[in-house]
Design a protein around this ligand. Structure first.
Ligand code: PLP
Length: 418
């Protein structure tokens, strides 16, 4: 994300005691930060250290499923921290089992492994696929195909899986065993599989996002994914879907793959799963027992605290009927964005997305970037996040109301007009 380019900001007094200059002296400068320090939140609103209110259509980047300070989350956090917050996976953790059961009852998965982030969930998927390739398929050098413009995380294996050179630069040598293809291009997948078809080095898995989030909010094509599923079935290749950004109700269905009419063999979840509490999951169908005791682990993974909160987030999503809210609010938002695109055809090209993950694309040949618009909206009290230099991304909490969508659209129009 070109947000890294965002460095030339004026110093910001973060609190009365702490300036952004001091912050940058002690915190590694891995992020381009907006000149804004947030202190408090409630529902879809957040307040900065000066008490200014913002409508939050970023939600910690598609993470705060229930918004901020949701009473159900506050209660779950409070109850669990008073009871038991962390024990090792040396022991059975009842609420981890409950959360796993909830997830498999609402997906195609048979079993779950819990970890702490999206990258770690994808690492688990990659390890599982490689072990399956070695021990079941007998492939000596398994290759995983991933897509251009994809995003799978920042660990070494996941920056390698990520088909964007800007995330890999200067971190070589990268991991062996990955090849890249253009997204939504079935011919490219078929050619890569044929090209690599020899006993030593073969395609063992295809890792894709159902909708590319960071890469510009590019929805997967139904025919493309259905054909991939057929190819995978015919050749014994695993289909892994990275559902870190689009899973957990974000698209108006529990999982992104439900929009494509297919089921993956492995998929991963993180961002929205804990509603902002760090938790990730690798979910698998059928051959989950390829992982044996000792093969994979994570100290914090699936601890009682994270699992109790994630379970509460899941139950609340269902109890408050949020999937249908996501569908309705998503349609409302897209209709409003499309009206803006029609009004300003020399600024925007199109709106695309599913449920409450939507992108508004800027004309390629104008100097205006998504960062410029994010800054203009911020000045008017609306938080948005870019998805690349030319796409504005809208990922509000799944509890967003019709009135808040209208307010967000009005602020955006004001920002564009200015
Ligand atoms: C955010 C994201 C990741 C990385 O998740 P982290 O929790 O930051 O490691 C991986 N894949 C996708 C699709 C993402 O959107």
């Amino acid at each position: 994300m070109s947000i890294e380019a965002l460095v030339e900001n004026p110093p910001l007094q973060v609190t009365s005691l702490f300036s952004s200059e001091e912050f940058d002296r002690s915190v590694m400068q891995t992020y381009g930060r907006f000149p804004l320090a947030l202190e408090r939140g409630e529902g879809c609103r957040v307040w900065d250290t000066q008490g200014r209110e913002y409508l939050d259509f970023v939600a910690g980047i598609a993470t705060c499923t229930l918004g901020h300070a949701h009473p159900a989350m506050v209660a779950a956090v409070t109850e669990q921290i008073q009871k038991l917050h962390h024990v090792s996976n040396l022991y059975y953790i009842p609420v981890q089992g409950e959360l796993a059961k909830f997830l498999i009852d609402r997906s195609c998965a048979d079993k779950v492994f819990f970890c702490n982030s999206g990258a770690e969930a994808n690492e688990g998927a990659i390890k599982l696929a490689r072990k399956y390739a070695h021990t079941v398929l007998g492939i000596k050098e398994p290759v995983i195909l991933t897509a251009h413009a994809s995003f799978h995380g920042r660990t070494l294996a996941t920056i390698t899986a990520t088909g964007q050179p800007k995330y890999q630069k200067n971190f070589d040598p990268l991991m062996p065993g990955f090849e890249y293809v253009p997204y939504n291009d079935i011919q490219a997948i078929e050619e890569a599989i044929d090209r690599l078809d020899n006993p030593e080095r073969q395609v063992a898995a295809i890792l894709l996002e159902a909708l590319q989030g960071e890469g510009g909010v590019n929805p997967g094509d139904i025919a493309y994914f259905q054909r991939i599923r057929e190819i995978c079935n015919a050749k014994g290749i695993l289909l892994i879907l990275d559902e870190v950004q689009v899973g957990m109700g974000r698209t108006g269905k529990w999982w992104g793959y439900e929009n494509l009419g297919i089921e993956p063999d492995i998929f991963t979840s993180a961002k929205g799963l804990g509603g902002g509490i760090p938790i990730g999951a690798t979910l698998c169908k059928k051959f989950c027992d390829v992982f044996q005791p000792g093969d994979h682990a994570s100290t914090f993974g699936g601890n009682p605290f994270a699992c109790a909160v994630a379970l509460k987030v899941c139950q609340t999503l269902e109890r408050e009927n949020l999937l249908s809210n996501v569908q309705q609010r998503g349609e409302q938002l897209r209709a409003g964005l499309k009206a803006i695109v029609q009004k300003y055809p020399n600024l925007f090209t199109q709106v695309r997305g599913w449920g409450l993950i939507n992108g508004m694309e800027l004309q390629p040949d104008i100097s205006l970037t998504s960062i410029d618009l994010v800054k203009a909206c911020m000045a008017e009290g609306l938080l948005l996040v870019p998805a690349g230099p030319k796409v504005l991304r809208f990922v509000p909490p799944l509890i967003v109301t019709a009135a808040e969508i209208d307010r967000g659209l009005a602020v955006l129009e004001r920002a564009i007009a200015s």
